[in-house]
Design a protein around this ligand. Sequence first.
Ligand SMILES: Cc1cc2nc3c(=O)[nH]c(=O)nc-3n(C[C@H](O)[C@H](O)[C@H](O)COP(=O)(O)OP(=O)(O)OC[C@H]3O[C@@H](n4cnc5c(N)ncnc54)[C@H](O)[C@@H]3O)c2cc1C
Length: 350
Amino acid sequence: MKVAIIGAGISGLACAFEFERNGIIPTIFEKKSNPGDTFDLNICMFNTTGKSYRDPLVYLKKQYNIELNPLSHLNKVTLNTPDKQTILVDNFGYIFKRGIEEYSLGSQLASKIKCPITSDTYIHNTKDLSNNFDYIVVATGNNNIAKSLNIWNYELSTRIRIATILGKFETGSLILWFDKRFAKDCYGYMIAHSPKEAILTLIVNNISYSEMEYYFKEFLLFTKLNYKINGITELDFYTGFINTMQIGNTYFIGNSGGLVEDFLGYGVMNSIESGVLAARSIINNKNYNIAIQPLINDVNHFVEFRNKLSDSKNDVYSTEAFISRLPGLKSSYHYCESQETKVPEVQIKQ
Ligand SMILES: Cc1cc2nc3c(=O)[nH]c(=O)nc-3n(C[C@H](O)[C@H](O)[C@H](O)COP(=O)(O)OP(=O)(O)OC[C@H]3O[C@@H](n4cnc5c(N)ncnc54)[C@H](O)[C@@H]3O)c2cc1C
């Protein structure tokens, strides 16, 4: 069986790992010089209750034999909304580093596979490969190939600025800012790499490249953040869905299949899972569209909420309904209730 995987990111590497576990050596094409992560940042993997697991790392090990080491636990979330600050302390999940370091998420996944990666190779469309491969897995992290096949539907178009900042920071902590004045329907957040370095990110929907400077200045002004900025990266990021996750012998996984949830833009778990599920569907000749449906349902779950947020004013962030819809915080509340342990410590500073 000859399999091509386009993209050596999170989903492509997880997919390759599953093929190799089953004795099939895929060919991976990667546009960059190295596999793994595209950006230098920190990301969160929340514990969840909506799914069949609570701890994502225990789940990945048990279900897919994928063992990952996080940068740290995520045990504090500070939620800033226009009128208040809420601090939650609990076991919320994990923080991972993304970047070139050996311990980054992408490098950890890359170290698990043996197949050679054809790097510095940009695949324009699946036709380039269809004569030479039995199966093609699209793992590009973007919607280009789905768009060229007319199967991509937009949900949200965002511009993201990631600033590396220097100062004094608390590790294991995520700080979120929701405020339409500087983030429109999206948000800003800060996570530390170390006690001395953190990333500060602002995500704003439906703005042009040149407008980001204005929104970022407003962000710093309203939040009164005044750190030394050591570097800035910017990118466009889209969420959406595709009409089918498989066309003939072509399979879509990760972001290229629209598997990013539409609220916080989280997609790492779905990327890993969809990579493994696509490999299993190909190996066992099973219907991938059916195998992937639970992940699509999870993503769809947020679409309606995202639409409500977009139609509301800033006071929507003050509602209990809003806090309870935040993926990790919601699961934390529910978990605490169901375990009859104390609810997370909540301090409200008006
Ligand atoms: C700023 C930011 C913060 C995020 N934070 C979180 C978070 O906290 N938690 C979370 O769960 N998710 C988060 N996400 C989402 C998460 O990063 C993605 O869901 C995940 O990386 C998607 O994996 P992927 O394999 O689909 O794509 P990627 O990991 O992006 O990999 C795609 C790979 O394909 C390669 N490639 C692209 N096009 C081609 C081509 N034509 N030919 C060859 N190679 C190609 C790229 O170079 C890359 O290596 C965040 C995303 C961003 C942008």
